[in-house]
Ligand binder design. Structure first.
Ligand SMILES: Nc1nc2c(c(=O)[nH]1)N[C@H]1C(S)=C(S)[C@@H](COP(=O)(O)OP(=O)(O)OC[C@H]3O[C@@H](n4cnc5c(=O)[nH]c(N)nc54)[C@H](O)[C@@H]3O)O[C@H]1N2
Ligand SMILES: Nc1nc2c(c(=O)[nH]1)N[C@H]1C(S)=C(S)[C@@H](COP(=O)(O)OP(=O)(O)OC[C@H]3O[C@@H](n4cnc5c(=O)[nH]c(N)nc54)[C@H](O)[C@@H]3O)O[C@H]1N2
Ligand SMILES: [Mo]
Length: 662
């Protein structure tokens, strides 16, 4: 696109949009995609691990790169330490997670979306009982004095004490005080997941957790402090020393685009999850992290390796917005809902039909792996790379795009670059032919255990954080300067646009979680009937629900339920689970959208896509991230004859005139 003309880019992602924007202001880096303190050091030094909305045993199955699954060995040691009472692990989570069940650990079952209130009360208790680390606050942070009047209620007549939070989060004041005391009793490692920042005002949770960890005072010590990436990409595995390969797209001076578009004053980038807003209201202005963006008038969208008809919130609103696009192109090897809403679908190869090279172990950087082609490209499928090269050919940019390399030449070039990098690191790699035709596998030498924020703690002057002050910003002048009413200068508790147990009587009394599936990566392979049969219920995506909520609704295990709110309705198969507390239900994200009547907004989804029910509202003016987890629903038994699931199968091959159907 860049070689040809102009295009609108997206910033941030669905995963951690709120954390990615706030944490650089607060602690100077993204944190979410960075390596964590090595797990061996945690096992050695931590007295308590707090899993805050964090389910590593479920989510560590996935990595950006080829997973090495090494983290699970350490988690087994943590499980043993818990069994021998050498360590406490406390899961702060409204539901009993897979990790909790695996570790046999404790739980603080707070109400959904009330984490910031709980953290404030923990901070208040540490302050009131003089248990917080004043030296750490003085030496490593700024802005405690601006935060304190709010914490103590001097600025708003509401002390954020344990009694106050107990009303909101459903724990007792005594439980909250005990927890605060435990945090400073020994070494405490906070491990934070990302679900809680995928909620309305999702920026407040990572910010307040950093403030709480600062008051505990152990940031930068082995087995203490806070991290936001233990549950993904093998976070906390020890990083090996070896080359990190670059990828494609390293075109350095791209030639001037032939057709530079006129944006007519509109912005050339939008926050990823604001796409539907943008389509519905081009020209509208929104605030975003200190900028004012003007939505551009987008006419065409291209999706490669993404399935927006799973990922994006509020499906029915999205269906209306999609009509504004003149052309939608999807590059896929699965007939997803996104393909069905596209004008042109270009079939791509799976990785089994390609040659490739990849690192394995994302954070562990364990080594290199040759990914050999297993079968020739099937039917008309082509490599994404070849499709884009073919498009570039039409305006004479193929050679520039390819950098004069085909698939194997790219692999060899990346490898050779790795050999050079290795040499400078003292790591000797065999020549390419030996690697590719031999084992196809290189394991680097293990590195040294490492402590996140350790260098900062040791020498804050020499190793300042990337914040304006170089220190942790409990109060951020930058953020305060934006003057957003939904994200002020220090962390605060704010009611989300909807919440269970909020005291308001709601038509939709259940909180719907749409956490990441245990059995899939998002929507991938949901199309496989054989695989679906290992977890689907009555042919639908499972709906996890407590015994009490099921009984009061006359639901039995295996029933088909209708899950609905004002935004939409889906069918799902009932699973009654002791892991779920009353008031909280779950349908995993990635369940394929299955409209009873295709293309019609409001129609029943017959398989169970939770994004039919979610709201498409930005977290705040700061990050404009997705609020996918701020969702209330009601559930009832589906009385009628269950309609067919339409999501799977296809495409239907239409015979072109004058040709024979292949
Ligand atoms: N309600 C709710 N919604 C959510 C979330 C949530 O927690 N709740 N989580 C959000 C998060 S964190 C994320 S990351 C997003 C994920 O959203 P996506 O990344 O859009 O989800 P995937 O299902 O992984 O889609 C990837 C698609 O790429 C295709 N694919 C695989 N290999 C290739 C290839 O080589 N080339 C091409 N062209 N295509 C390929 C797959 O078949 C698949 O359809 O979802 C977000 N949506
Ligand atoms: N198996 C598997 N692993 C994956 C993925 C996948 O699709 N499948 N996707 C990967 C990707 S792209 C991402 S972004 C990450 C996502 O990682 P996360 O966003 O951290 O994962 P989730 O599973 O959505 O939620 C984690 C935990 O948050 C809890 N939780 C929900 N609501 C609340 C609340 O109000 N308060 C508290 N304290 N806890 C709450 C849930 O019960 C759950 O146990 O996972 C990665 N790993
Ligand atoms: Mo993600």
């Amino acid at each position: 696109l860049g070689l040809h003309g102009s295009y609108v880019t997206t910033v941030g992602d669905y995963s951690a949009a709120a954390a990615q924007v706030i944490l650089p202001h607060v602690i100077g880096s993204l944190e979410v995609y960075e390596q964590q303190t090595s797990l061996p050091l945690v096992i050695q030094n931590s007295n308590t691990i707090v899993l805050w909305g964090c389910d590593p045993i479920k989510n560590l199955q996935i990595e950006f790169l080829v997973p090495d699954h090494d983290a699970f060995g350490y988690w087994q040691q943590i499980k043993e330490a818990v069994a021998q009472n050498k360590m406490r692990v406390i899961s702060v989570d409204p539901v009993r997670s897979k990790s909790q069940n695996y570790l046999g650990c404790e739980q603080l079952a707070l109400r959904p979306q009330t984490d910031v209130a709980l953290m404030l009360a923990l901070a208040h208790t540490l302050y009131e009982e003089k248990l917080y680390d004043t030296a750490f606050i003085t030496d490593y942070t700024v802005g405690f004095e601006q935060f304190l009047p709010y914490l103590l209620g001097e600025s708003d007549k509401q002390p954020k004490n344990a009694e106050w939070a107990a009303e909101i989060c459903g724990l007792t004041a005594e439980q909250i005080r005990d927890f605060a005391r435990l945090l400073v009793k020994g070494r405490t490692q906070f491990m934070a997941g990302w679900c809680v920042q995928r909620m309305h005002h999702g920026e407040q949770y990572p910010w307040m957790l950093v403030v709480l960890a600062s008051m505990v005072g152990q940031i930068g010590l082995p087995g203490g402090g806070v991290g936001f990436g233990w549950h993904y990409n093998g976070g906390g595995t020890v990083t090996s020393t070896g080359p990190v390969l670059s990828g494609l797209g390293s075109i350095t001076n791209p030639p001037q685009a032939k057709y530079k578009a006129d944006f007519r004053g509109a912005s050339e980038h939008i926050p990823t999850s604001r796409i539907v807003d943008c389509l519905l209201a081009p020209g509208n202005k929104i605030a975003f992290n200190g900028e004012t963006l003007t939505y551009p008038d987008i006419k065409m969208a291209i999706y490669s390796a993404a399935n927006p008809f799973h990922a994006q919130q509020d499906r029915n609103r999205m269906i209306e917005a999609w009509k504004k696009l003149e052309t939608v192109v999807v590059l896929e090897h699965q007939w997803t809902a996104s393909c069905r809403f596209a004008d042109i679908v270009l079939p791509v190869t799976t990785r089994f039909e390609r040659n490739d090279i990849e690192q394995f172990g994302t954070h562990s950087n364990k080594g290199l792996m040759a990914l050999h082609q297993i079968v020739k490209p099937q039917y008309e499928a082509r490599h994404d790379f070849d499709i884009f090269a073919g498009l570039c050919k039409r305006f004479d940019k193929e050679a520039v795009y390819r950098e004069n390399r085909n698939e194997m030449q790219w692999i060899q070039a990346l490898y050779d670059e790795g050999v050079k990098m290795g040499a400078s690191l003292g790591v000797t790699l065999p020549d390419f032919t030996t690697f590719w035709q031999g084992d196809g596998y290189i394991e680097y030498l293990p590195g040294q255990p490492w402590v996140r924020h350790g260098e900062f703690r040791e020498q804050p002057d020499l190793n300042p954080l990337g914040t304006p002050s170089g220190l942790i910003e409990i109060y951020s002048k930058t953020i305060a300067g934006f003057a957003y009413d939904d994200c002020p200068g220090h962390p605060v508790w704010m009611e989300p646009f909807e919440r269970t147990h909020s005291g308001k009587k709601d038509k939709y009394p259940l909180h719907l979680q749409s956490c990441h599936p245990d059995k899939r990566l998002h929507s991938q392979l949901c199309s496989s009937e054989a695989f679906r049969n290992t977890y689907a219920v009555a042919g639908r995506e499972p709906l996890y629900i407590s015994e009490q909520d099921a009984t009061t609704r006359g639901l039995k295990a295996g029933d088909i339920a209708r899950v609905f709110n004002a935004r939409g309705q889906v069918l799902a198969g009932v699973v009654i689970s002791p892991d779920f507390t009353p008031g909280v239900v779950r349908i995993h994200e990635g369940a394929w959208y299955s409209p009873q009547e295709g293309g019609k907004a409001g129609t029943l989804c017959t398989y169970g896509d939770p994004n039919v029910l979610s709201a498409d509202i930005g977290t705040s003016q700061l990050a404009q991230g997705p609020s996918a987890h701020t969702v209330l629903v009601e559930v009832e038994r589906y009385q009628q004859k269950a309609p067919q699931v339409t999501a799977f199968g296809g495409p239907q091959i239409v015979k072109e005139e004058g040709t024979s159907a292949a």
